[in-house]
Ligand binder design. Structure first.
Ligand code: NDP
Length: 602
């Protein structure tokens, strides 16, 4: 029997017209400028609530490698460096421990969205069995610490420390790294892995400075105020509180069910609903895990990435929402009797599958949410990949609790914040506590997000070099910045569904190059101007990135609906042939030993 979400029964034109209307409602002239920086009177929103800095004398040392950032990028690159026999590695991290995203984001309900078996790096190397298909935050943070311990990365690390200056000293062929703890490190190599989404932002709402109640950003959860802890203990100090949360992205989707259980009253202020697909989390069967043969994680990574990016595999090892849509597209194309595999046919199959998936997601809202008006407001009207897809089995149901109110703003956002609460549609909702689930800066200047400038050869800054957008070879090497490496997804594989995979590969590349430079006694490694330009030309000739779909509802995936321009395209570009092709390419590049594009100098 056909249902309303079978592809055949969908009125595609009507659906797309609704997508256009909903997008247009949300377009704002100020685009990415709308958000409020966590600086000045808002600076306390980024203080570390978890670990107080331990007093220590300033360091003045020569080191082989300084890595800036102690998240997955620093951990996996540190691990690869140690495996390559480079022992003298100093990781500088502003948090009080390793973990990056998972150090900061300890909000209740935090959980990975990509299966643990591919999301958690170095599982075989560290011998860890993820306890769940989608592990929760504390286990992921513990895994970060496990990697750090296993590879001795705590030795020489500078925690609770922020880099303030980074400058190339050509005479000594060293980077001079200064920090807010008075350190001066002279590093032969510097690697930066500060993460694409690490600086919290606040919503641009009139009166935001006036709220007199308690408030915090989800990435600095205040358990002293809410009670409970990240492991799931109830938030037992909220029973008599009126709590508001602004934002309904991936973070809010995970913490709203926990808040709903605990708050006297919870108001969820929504501008755009997320798409909420099935989670289906399961506990790992240790007997099954034992059967995995050595090398299994690489096999799973390749399987997931291939399937998720449109390739063919015999078996879907991961079986989740990410791979589901890819399989639907593939099956549609294969079922087409005309055998038409043209790009137009692939696009048609993709669009039809997406329409079908989104119709299912909207139907699921009706199934799970009792109040029809609330259900209607929770339905997402855009393509699934316009925003970060979400997966949850308790979020929608939370709106059935009598203490939970969805305050939908019909795409306009919160009208005003007052001393007492939040105003939407002329109604003031009085609150004791206001939680910002408003996300992280994307597309702002590198220095604003990192907190330091990088001064390269001849005094040229990275801000100047990247004024018209990021420029690199492989997303790693930057001309004019010798012995400096960047570890991140952009201009490399740009695999958004599994960020750590990008980092593990980049870490391997960096370690191979550092090892080679040390073995050859090369003082300096630098990408040539020609190689950097050739890479940029290659990326732009066939742009593949998430920065560009103006048909999507606004968000950080599409520069808030504004034309991305060349700068935006460069900042979000990926290898044109896709992540699997990039991983194959970079593996061959590393193995060749020729390091084409790099200049090694004595
Ligand atoms: P997002 O940027 O995704 O969400 C911010 C939310 O704030 C949006 O719902 C946005 O609405 C809303 N908002 C902004 N301004 C206003 C306003 N003026 N009035 C009302 N609402 C407003 O941040 P998240 O922290 O949720 O997620 C960021 C990213 O972090 C994710 O996309 C994902 O990549 C990652 N993440 C991953 C997780 C995982 O893997 N498990 C879990 C959580 C996050 P609008 O949509 O209209 O802009």
């Amino acid at each position: 029997m056909a249902t309303s979400h079978d592809a055949g029964s969908i009125d595609h034109a009507a659906v797309h017209e609704r997508y256009r209307i909903e997008r247009d409602k949300r377009l704002r002239r100020d685009g990415n400028e709308q958000y409020v920086e966590v600086a000045g009177q808002f600076a306390h929103f980024v203080e570390d609530p978890y670990v107080a800095p331990v007093p220590r004398p300033p360091r003045s040392d020569d080191v082989t490698v300084v890595f800036i950032g102690g998240g997955f990028a620093g951990l996996v690159t540190g691990a690869r460096l140690k495996q390559a026999g480079v022992d003298d590695v100093c990781i500088i991290e502003k948090g009080g421990d390793f973990g990056g995203t998972w150090y900061w984001n300890r909000y209740p309900g935090a959980q990975c969205d990509t299966t643990s078996f591919v999301y958690l790096p170095l599982l075989e190397e560290t011998g860890h069995m993820p306890t769940e298909k989608y592990a929760h935050g504390p286990e992921i943070l513990e895994h970060c610490q496990r990697i750090a311990k296993h590879f001795d990365l705590y030795d020489g690390a500078c925690l609770s420390t922020e880099v303030t200056e980074l400058a190339w000293d050509a005479g000594r062929a060293r980077w001079i790294v200064r920090t807010n703890r008075g350190d001066e490190l002279r590093a032969q190599f510097v690697v930066m892995g500060t993460g694409p989404l690490h600086r919290p932002k606040l919503p641009g709402i009139a009166g935001i400075e006036s709220f007199a109640g308690h408030s915090f950003h989800t990435s600095r959860w205040d358990y002293d105020y809410t009670g409970g802890d990240p492991t799931g203990s109830p938030l037992d100090r909220l029973g008599d509180k009126r709590v508001g949360i602004i934002g309904t992205g991936a973070t809010a989707v995970q913490c709203v069910p926990r808040l709903a259980e605990a708050c006297g009253q919870l108001f969820v202020f929504q501008r755009t609903p997320s798409s909420i697909d099935v989670r289906n989390n399961t506990r790992t069967d240790p007997e099954w895990f034992e059967t995995l043969a050595p090398g299994w994680q690489d096999e799973w990574l390749l399987n997931f990435t291939t399937l998720q990016t449109g390739g063919l595999v015999e078996k879907d090892l991961v079986m989740d929402g990410w791979t589901d849509i890819a399989k639907r597209v593939r099956d549609r194309v294969l079922a087409d009797p005309s055998g038409d595999f043209s790009p137009a046919s692939l696009l048609r199959a993709f669009n039809e599958s997406d329409d079908e998936k989104m119709a299912e997601i909207r139907a699921r809202v009706d199934e799970l949410v009792a109040d029809p008006d609330t259900a209607e407001a929770l339905k997402p009207w855009y393509r699934q990949l316009c925003k970060r897809p979400c997966f949850h089995d308790e979020y929608l149901q939370a709106y059935n609790s009598p203490n939970v109110t969805l305050v939908d703003t019909d795409g306009q956002g919160v009208e005003r914040i007052t001393e007492r609460g939040v105003v939407v549609g002329g109604t003031e909702h009085e609150l004791d506590c206001l939680i910002y689930a408003s996300g992280f800066e994307v597309g702002t200047d590198f220095t604003r997000r990192s907190g330091y400038e990088v001064v390269g050869r001849d005094g040229r800054t990275l801000t100047e070099h990247w004024a018209d957008g990021m420029r690199s070879l492989h997303g790693i090497h930057v001309h004019g910045f010798p012995n400096l490496f960047v570890v991140g997804p952009s201009q490399g594989a740009n695999l958004i569904s599994n960020i750590p995979h990008n980092l593990t590969e980049a870490g391997a590349t960096v370690a191979t190059i550092v090892r080679h430079a040390l073995d050859r006694r090369a003082a300096v490694v630098e990408v040539t101007e020609e190689a950097e330009q050739a890479w940029i030309d290659r990326l732009l000739a066939n742009y593949r990135g998430f920065g560009g779909n103006p048909e999507c509802t606004p968000g950080y995936y599409n520069n808030e609906g504004q034309p991305a321009g060349r700068r935006g395209e460069l900042n979000t570009a990926g290898f044109p042939e896709g992540p699997v092709a990039y991983f194959t390419y970079i593996d061959a590049w590393r193995r060749s030993g020729r390091f084409e594009g790099l200049d090694f100098r004595a």
